[in-house]
Write a protein that binds this ligand. Sequence first.
Ligand code: HEC
Length: 161
Amino acid sequence: MVRNESAQMVALAVVLTLLCAGCDYARMTTDDGYDTYEAHMPVMPAGSVSFSEDLPALKMMGPAALRNPLQATPPVVAQGRRGYGYFCSHCHGPRGEGHGTVGQSFAPLPTDLRSERVQRQDDGDLFFKIGFGFKRHPNLSHTMLEDDIWSVIHFMRQMPE
Ligand code: HEC
């Protein structure tokens, strides 16, 4: 009886081996193999200087040094309106009043962007708050491009009451 069972196990093993022998495992044997840390980082040419004109560089300058590089031309304001729709409207509401779908769950509501408090601030101050966050306002520097923020500020200046 015991002998019979082990004969069955051997038969099963033979059948499974034969079945798997037909499988195509070629990719496992032909792929290039790398050991950990074997691949090397590219080396920069001698004399290269790294530089960045992106938002972290502006953050180091501080709000007082920032000037809006864009003019409030119709295309720029249109770009700002589009950016506002993507990045702000869900919190600050379609008209900037603070009643966006997401914004409604904030208490108090997101600031009314048409208010005296916001409108009297310089573009540099607004850029800093919008880009790098302010109290409960999120840091958008990882989401928005520099020109998106500047153009949104021009759009905010023209928000109807
Ligand atoms: C996730 C929600 C959210 C998004 C998205 C958001 N805001 Fe805000 N924002 C807030 C909240 C909340 C406040 C109020 C901050 C506070 O006083 O705690 C605020 C405050 C502000 C202020 C007032 C700063 C001050 O001096 O009081 C400005 C200006 C502003 N947001 C502009 C924008 C613009 C422009 C966008 C889009 C580019 C934007 N926000 C996107 C939630 C948001």
